[in-house]
Design a protein around this ligand. Structure first.
Ligand SMILES: *Cc1c(COP(=O)(O)O)cnc(C)c1O
Length: 417
């Protein structure tokens, strides 16, 4: 520890309150460099507004990659968390608790599914769906040992575990993390014919995002998800929809698959399920499929904990009224109407659904990152993806006036170069 002593003394001896630059320096010095954050140091937040350590206000249009669909510190979610903190926080699944069952009952009803397997992070939910579908393949479909194949789509993002990055085609997510796990085949996203050609007797599941989030809010061609459903059903293959980012109100429906009238066999949920307070994820789906998992075969110390279940249950309560889904539809029309006007004015294309937009920035405007920095200067938090795309996903509690503020700030950021 001796070699760091002098630096610690320097930091401790600093007089006056720490500035944003001080905190950024601490992160750079002590944290692993696995992120390159925009230079904003948040200190507090409420609803759609974030306040930094210097007291500057920002409208949060990233919303924790949709983990904050209900805004920061939604009063009903914070109240549920506080109440549960005073009663019971963790039991492990070695015992039952009085929060998990009621949460799962209402989550199943909300999503039109039959059974729930609770986990914590999104990547864990995806891993769980992979394990369930392989076990189903061997035990129910009769696939020969260790031959199970799962079909995924190009451009996908399903998390950061070694198994999941094995089938990523993003070099940054994948390179130098091998050896890669076998058992995955990639087909072009949105191409039902390519999927049909890849299905065979060893195929146990097709895993896709109904709208690809990290890829830049890529909406597949109309009818694609229905065709995936038709093809998988005909081939006795499970359809796993990863709704971790697209689900829970973002696109104007409880689930994006529901919005397009498709019922998958398994659905992964995460992000907004934890209300922006805790990581809460789940696999929901068919009773006979999730039912293949037997005691001892899968689990998690924290999955299904009563604190997360109480918060997740409150999230389900918010979505049961349909109010947030309706807001996302109505305000999404406002957002997309305004964004479409920017095409040809620093923007080359806009995609999305509900309160979710991927905006391709014209090259002469600089990178997506540069535009995000100009937005920060105008009091809007947003994030670029894949270089030239900006994504906007404001919390579903945003007002119509705030939507106009965001697009005005973007128009200004684009014309000011
Ligand atoms: C964010 C995301 C994940 C991973 O969730 P984590 O909680 O970060 O592990 C998986 N799938 C999709 C579609 C996501 O957007």
């Amino acid at each position: 520890m001796l070699h760091i002593g002098a630096e610690m003394v320097t930091m401790a001896a600093q007089s006056g309150p720490r500035t944003s630059a001080d905190y950024i320096a601490l992160d750079d010095r002590w944290g692993a460099h696995n992120y390159h954050p925009l230079p904003v140091v948040a200190a507090s937040a409420s609803g759609v507004w974030v306040v930094d350590v210097e007291g500057r206000r920002y409208l949060d249009c990233l919303a924790g990659y949709s983990a904050l669909n209900f805004g920061h510190r939604h009063p009903l979610l914070v109240a549920a968390a506080h109440a549960q903190l005073d009663r019971l926080t963790l039991t492990s699944r070695a015992f039952h608790n009085d929060r998990l069952g009621p949460f799962m009952e209402d989550l199943a009803a909300l999503t039109g599914t039959e059974r729930v397997l609770p986990m914590n992070t999104g990547a864990e939910a995806v891993e769980t769906a992979i394990k369930i579908s392989r076990a189903w393949g061997y035990r129910v479909k009769g696939v020969r040992a260790d031959r199970a194949k799962i079909i995924v789509a190009s451009g996908s993002f399903h998390g950061r575990t070694t198994t999941i990055v094995s089938f990523s085609d993003d070099p940054q997510a994948r390179n130098d993390f091998g050896p890669y796990g076998p058992g995955f085949v990639t087909v072009p996203y949105g191409d039902a014919a390519a999927l049909a050609a890849a299905l065979d007797d060893d195929t146990v599941a097709v895993l896709i995002e109904p709208i690809q989030g990290e890829a830049g809010i890529i909406v597949p061609p109309a009818g694609y998800l229905a065709e995936v459903r038709r093809l998988t059903a005909a081939a006795n293959v499970l359809f796993i929809a990863d709704e971790i980012q697209s689900g829970l109100g973002r696109t104007g429906a409880t689930l994006e698959t529901e919005r397009v009238g498709v019922q998958p066999d398994l659905i992964t949920l995460g992000k907004a399920l934890g209300g922006g307070i805790l990581p809460v994820s789940a696999v929901v789906g068919r009773d006979d499929v999730i039912g293949v998992i037997k005691p001892g075969e899968h689990g998690s110390t924290f999955g299904g904990n009563p604190l997360g279940a109480a918060i997740g249950h409150a999230v389900v309560g918010l979505l049961e009224t349909g109010e947030y889904q309706a807001r996302a539809r109505r305000l999404g029309e406002v957002l997309h109407g305004r964004l479409d006007e920017l095409v040809g004015h620093g923007v080359t294309a806009v995609r999305g659904a509900g309160l979710w937009a991927g905006i391709d920035i014209a090259p002469e405007q600089g990178s997506g990152r540069a535009v995000c920095e100009r937005l920060v200067a105008r009091g809007v938090l947003a994030k670029d993806t894949h270089g030239q795309t900006l994504r906007l996903a404001p919390p579903l509690v945003t007002t119509e006036d705030e939507i106009h503020q965001v697009v005005d700030a973007l128009a200004d950021a684009l014309t000011s170069v």
